[in-house]
Design a protein. Structure first.
Length: 399
């Protein structure tokens, strides 16, 4: 299939959701999906908290707010239909002292504006839900759920292939050209000539975008999120999900407790600059990636703006005791000997040349390409809705 109707770059949950939605709307069209790794969902789609977000944090009317709500409903329907285990377990966002009450109320108001079922609860009710959680007040979000997104990716891939379409792994895109009304995708397995292209390359989406959109005023800066998991005897400390009140100045939610569908409880993540886009270990360094991060004009600006938070995050990465202290703000009974190592993840954070952290979902289009340039959390929750949005952007070209 050298000339498919649609060629999708990236075999994570966003790319698979785009293929799935496109084939629902255009069953007679052809799709080819390329993934550079030997397996699908190796990076962000397979290394996340596994949370089905309800949509409480996001600015009302934003793409995140809208697509999180519609995407969560679509994901739950998909999982129920396809026999994928998920659980609507709920979560609590906990204010541990009076200084966090105003921010807690602001999050609650956002949730209500977004149509999220949530309630402000006192300490007594919090202790009923999470007996070991500290806090003077909390938000209970009963709609929040958990799922294994790797299983979702696997099932989406099976459906796509069962319809007769190809998913090629181990194929890296090396170039992309648009000329004379045609698209040419250069890869390690030769050239392809699709009618249109969807770029869902995740950690490398800016590099693919730069092949078709110039100039590009943003760059992906990779942040590693490090986790531990609780030993089985300590899993009692978390019934569902326990989150802190996030710092509104920073785009991350802070370390938290997340129960997985397997029953394990993850603790984290922090957020530290990764020295490689796929740098899952502290010692992983790729000079090209690091050079691109450090020389991007926006990097110095966010470094100046967030230097205090950055130093604290680095210290928490280097010191297990510091990590434990952050966890103990939520659950005082947790000790260092309760924690076991757990695989880390990488967040692809888009930063503009002006030093703005791009917080909302974002897309860029050229004549032949729709680029998904920013789909951080709740990207997995919203994936089926994002896929529908991308297909709608392509629809006018097939009319």
């Amino acid at each position: 299939m050298k000339s498919p109707d649609i060629l999708i770059i990236g075999g994570g949950i966003i790319g698979l959701a785009c293929a799935y939605n496109f084939l629902k709307q255009y069953p007679e069209k052809s799709v080819l999906l390329l993934e550079k790794e030997q397996e699908l969902a190796v990076h962000q789609s397979g290394r996340n908290s596994g949370v089905l977000h309800a949509g409480i944090y996001y600015r009302p009317g934003s793409l995140k707010a809208v697509n999180c709500r519609t995407g969560k409903a679509a994901m739950e329907e998909f999982c129920a239909r396809e026999g994928i285990n998920y659980e609507t377990c709920g979560k609590v966002i906990v204010a541990v002292d009076a200084s966090e009450l105003a921010a807690l109320r602001s999050i609650y108001d956002r949730g209500r504006a977004n149509g999220v079922k949530c309630e402000l609860i006192e300490r007594s009710r919090l202790r009923e839900l999470e007996p070991y959680a500290a806090g003077i007040k909390a938000i209970h979000v009963p709609e929040t759920g958990i799922v294994d997104f790797s299983q979702v990716c696997s099932r989406l891939a099976d459906i796509i292939k069962a319809k007769g379409h190809r998913i090629l792994t181990g194929v890296r895109v090396t170039g992309l050209q648009e000329k004379s009304g045609e698209a040419i995708v250069e890869t390690t397995r030769g050239e392809f000539y699709p009618r249109y292209i969807i770029n869902c390359a995740g950690l490398h989406s800016d590099r693919i975008t730069a092949m078709s959109v110039q100039p590009l005023f943003s760059k992906i800066i990779p942040f590693r999120g490090e986790y531990y998991k609780l030993k089985p005897e300590a899993e009692k400390f978390c019934n569902t999900l326990i989150y802190p009140v996030p710092d509104p100045r920073f785009p991350f939610l802070g370390v938290h407790f997340t129960r997985k569908v397997s029953g394990e409880v993850k603790c984290g993540p922090n957020a530290v600059l990764a020295f490689a886009r796929e740098g899952y270990r502290k010692t992983d360094i790729k000079l090209q990636d690091l050079f691109e991060s450090l020389t991007h004009p926006g990097f110095a600006k966010i470094a100046v703006k967030y230097w205090r938070t950055g130093i604290w995050e680095v210290w928490r990465s280097l010191s297990k005791d510091a990590f434990v202290k952050a966890l103990q703000r939520l659950v005082p009974e947790v000790r260092a000997d309760h924690l076991l190592p757990y695989p880390s993840g990488i967040r692809a954070q888009v930063v503009t040349t002006a030093g703005q952290i791009l917080d909302d979902f974002a897309f860029l289009e050229s004549a032949k390409v729709v680029n998904v340039i920013n789909a951080p959390s709740p990207g997995a929750t919203a994936s089926l809705s994002i896929g529908k949005v991308v297909v709608e952007r392509l629809a006018k070209r097939f009319q």
